[in-house]
Write a protein that binds this ligand. Structure first.
Ligand code: 57M
Length: 358
């Protein structure tokens, strides 16, 4: 929005020519969303305190969490505000992909907001029932999957990491696949969001990785050189990714241990859904399971724990998701968090290497 206006002045002010470049707008989007979170963060935390939007802590979890009672939550509202505003300011709004990622972010955010609101403001411990939450997520991702499916340029093949010549075409099943990736990613991030900074760290790293993927797949020269699928217009998504990176860093300032604010479902469901959608549009679908390995690990730990308990009556982990297992083993919270970040950085490097090792 703003960039089009500023660029239109380049005849008079030649330096404004710079707004034409995606690379410059990536930096502006990151800085704008970071600045919004930095400056509005303290005000929002104060407001959440005032409104008594504080977390209730389950007493069947690690006892170390009891001190977190009353920590303001729903901080994801600020992240989403910053992401959406800086994308609107610096991205090309004639680009359909931008509207698709904004739609997922806003709609999944609305589901999370309603769930948080029911739990925290209306004191309904169940919140939005799991089946309705998942049903809504699937319905929205069905619509997005269908829109992509009918758009003439969109291919229904999937990219298999490290295997250049294996390109399965899912045809209409791609819609189901997209639903699985988008909703699965949203719920996996939600499960991971159980320690200070544990979710936002890997979200930042994953968004930065997709910033690079979007930039490369959207440039015909880079795509040809790397022999990856060229997706016209996908490079604009790197502006959106930058907005997530910036707001994520701004939020982490306050969410780092000991956290002054939690993101709530409004943040985790939306950002997870956004990452899943980025993976689908950039045709780097399965790479999400590599760079988002921590999200996958957390989810698998829950599946294994529940399956084992139902079938044998025994638990595999002291508690699932797996971050609780390490807490109960006596690891300090910051140690678990930083180690999960380190793992994600390593996985991001592996994910990027799939561009060359094929
Ligand atoms: C929500 N929510 C956090 C905060 C955050 C099936 C089962 C595994 C589901 C799972 C679950 O409900 N997961 C999704 C996880 C909660 O955080 C809030 O929720 C938002 C994210 N959705 O933004 O608003 C708590 O997490 C801690 N936290 C931090 N720092 C942060 O920055 O410390 C969050 C953000 C917060 C705070 O304590 O209150 C959560 O964990 O509840 N359920 C579980 O994770 C439960 N596990 C479980 O029941 N395991 C069983 C079986 C069923 C697998 C087992 O192992 O036998 C545990 N959750 C908790 N206590 N809190 C159980 C004990």
């Amino acid at each position: 929005m703003l960039y089009k206006y500023l660029y239109s002045l380049h005849d008079k002010i030649s330096v404004f020519n710079v707004f034409k470049y995606t690379s410059f707008r990536i930096i502006l989007a990151a800085l704008t969303s970071l600045f919004i979170c930095f400056t509005l963060g303290p005000w929002m935390i104060g407001k959440l305190h005032k409104l008594q939007i504080g977390q209730t802590i389950r007493d069947d979890g690690p006892k170390s969490h009891m001190v977190k009672t009353g920590t303001p939550t729903m901080g994801g509202t600020l992240i989403l505000f910053a992401v959406i505003l800086s994308t609107l300011l610096w991205a090309d709004l004639t680009n359909t992909y931008i509207w698709i990622v904004l739609a997922i972010t806003a709609s999944y955010g609305a589901i999370g907001f309603y769930d948080d609101y029911k739990k925290i403001v209306q004191k309904d411990s169940v919140g939005l029932r799991g089946k309705y939450k998942l049903g809504l997520q699937l319905l929205i991702s069905l619509v997005i999957g269908y829109i992509l499916f009918i758009s003439k340029d969109f291919s229904t093949t999937i990219t298999i990491p490290f295997l250049k010549n294996v390109v399965p075409d899912l045809g209409a099943f791609y819609i189901l696949f997209a639903m699985f990736v988008i909703s699965g990613s949203s719920n996996a991030v939600n499960l991971t969001d159980g320690l200070d900074g544990l979710a936002i760290g890997p979200i930042i790293i994953t968004a930065a990785t997709y910033l690079l993927f979007a930039f490369l797949v959207g440039h015909v020269k880079f795509a040809n050189y790397l022999q990856i699928q060229f997706i016209a217009g996908a490079n604009e998504l790197s502006v959106f990714c930058a907005a997530i990176v910036g707001s994520g860093l701004g939020f982490l300032w306050f969410n780092t241990y000991p956290a002054q604010v939690f993101m709530g479902d409004v943040g985790s469901l939306a950002l997870g859904g956004a990452l899943g959608t980025l993976a689908i549009i950039t045709k780097q679908e399965l790479v999400l399971a590599i760079v988002g390995g921590v999200f996958v690990l957390e989810t698998v730990s829950v599946i294994v724990q529940v399956a084992s308990y139902k079938m044998t009556g025994k638990r595999v982990f002291q508690m699932a998701p797996i971050h609780h297992h390490f807490e109960l083993k006596g690891w300090a919270e910051p140690k678990i968090i930083v180690r999960f970040w380190i793992i994600t950085i390593i996985l991001a490097l592996v994910a990027v290497s799939t561009l060359k090792l094929r």
